[in-house]
Design a protein around this ligand. Structure first.
Ligand code: KG4
Ligand code: ZN
Length: 398
């Protein structure tokens, strides 16, 4: 079969990205324009500024992705774009641009769910490495700044189905990393900084109890969960198609409050303010700058927070993997870049004989290669988007 070159476009949050992927298995080019510098002074993503930055970046980013791929507008086979979930104004920039491009070039247009993109980032890279033997069913933990979801993913011919068996009840895991970093005067985004600083603290110094979420419908593991998976009912407002089997929900607002309590009871406010001032005066703080402004007590707090987060994500995901008897686990999304998470996940999953796959770090965080990869089976199945489709900020994956 002739190779299929898909141009992917992603603009759901604070990264403008474009990529060309061949037949869902080879990244030809992958360009990501980050807006971190724009949002850093505010300690988080400002939606209006994000939309404006996407407008500025979209044309040069797509041009660069095409130039680096050696393809022309005319020689690509389809245009794929993120439809949701994400910030409506941001999604609209990518969608409007993709529509105009597809219309002008008379190319097929494919709408992709951002979460499906994160899952396909793993498959794309496994295929790129020559691994075409991923065993199903797959349990995918999509863990990022906006999402903490567990999906059972199955392939039926060219088509895919996803069943949500868990999601966060409040903050996403990446959001907790970002909020705790902000609270401790470490700036934005928090995940990468906490990741690096944790290696310099004692992860056992502070005990955090992550609340055990009891879902109202939570039941014991079914005798044959794979059969139940096929019998799924539609529903689940935030997660997509929900399952009648056991659920494995997350909750991370409690740990953020626990860190705040620690700060209050240990009188850390003043030192945090000093750290915030010093670090915000440095354009791009390096690890040495962070370390010079963090005493052992705060490094212990950071390491203990990360350890609690990592343990909770792994315990719940592996419990879900056992309950649904899955063959493979995927861990993807921005938080999947975390070193401690990767290392501990691999060790714990190996004990149970469950293969666990992560994307490389550049494909863990938001990118457009994952959008082009997820679009490939839709291209083959001729699942094309109508020209009047619109952004879906709260889009569920099913
Ligand atoms: O997937 P992503 O780029 O965007 C969303 O779809 O949300 O994820 C961004 C999130 C942020 O919350 C960021 O702090 C977190 O991923 N993150 C990390 C790491 N790198 C990025 N969290 C923990 N450790 C990291 N190394
Ligand atoms: Zn994402």
């Amino acid at each position: 079969m002739a190779p299929v070159f898909i141009l992917g476009i992603e603009s759901s949050c604070d990264e403008t990205a474009a990529a060309v992927v061949r037949s869902g298995e080879q990244v030809i080019s992958n360009v990501v324009a980050s807006q971190i510098a724009t949002h850093q002074p505010y300690g988080g993503v400002v939606p209006e500024l994000a939309s404006r930055e996407h407008l500025r970046a979209i044309v040069p980013v797509v041009r660069q992705a095409l130039a680096e791929s050696g393809k022309t507008y005319e020689s690509i086979d389809a245009v794929a774009v993120t439809q949701g979930p994400g910030l409506a104004g941001c999604l609209l920039v990518g969608i409007s641009y993709a529509k105009a491009l597809a219309f002008a070039l008379d190319k097929p247009l494919i709408a992709v769910n951002h979460l499906e993109g994160h899952i396909h980032a793993v498959l794309l890279e496994e295929r790129q490495k020559g691994n075409h033997e991923v065993r199903f069913p797959v349990l995918a933990l999509v863990v990022s700044g906006g999402h903490t979801h567990l999906y059972l993913a199955e392939q039926h011919g060219e088509g895919w189905s996803y069943h949500n068996i868990g999601h966060t009840r409040d903050d996403a895991a990446g959001e907790a990393f970002d909020k705790v970093a902000k609270l401790l005067g470490l700036g934005y985004p928090g995940g990468p900084v906490i990741d690096r600083l944790s290696q310099h603290g004692d992860p056992r110094a502070v005990k955090f109890a992550i609340s055990q979420i009891k879902h109202p419908d939570r039941r014991t593991a079914a005798t044959n969960p794979t059969l139940i998976a096929k019998d799924a009912t539609k529903g689940g407002a935030t997660g997509g198609v929900s399952m009648p089997g056991p659920r494995f929900d997350f909750s991370y607002s409690g740990i953020k409050t626990a860190v705040l309590r620690y700060v209050e009871t240990h009188n850390l406010a003043e030192s945090i303010e000093v750290r915030r001032r010093v670090l915000s005066a440095i354009a791009k703080p390096k690890l040495e700058d962070y370390l010079a402004n963090c005493d052992p007590q705060v490094l212990d707090l950071i390491a203990s927070f990360q350890r609690a987060m990592v343990e909770d994500l792994i315990i719940k995901t592996l419990a879900a993997a056992r309950a649904y008897d899955v063959a493979t686990v995927f861990v993807t999304g921005g938080v999947a870049a975390n070193n401690e998470l990767r290392k501990t996940f691999e060790r714990e999953a190996a004990k149970e004989g469950t293969p666990v796959f992560f994307p490389s770090r550049p494909l863990s965080t938001d990118n457009a290669a994952m959008i082009a990869a997820a679009a490939y089976p839709k291209f083959l199945a001729r699942q094309l988007a109508p020209m009047d489709f619109s952004a879906e900020a709260g889009m569920a994956l099913r």
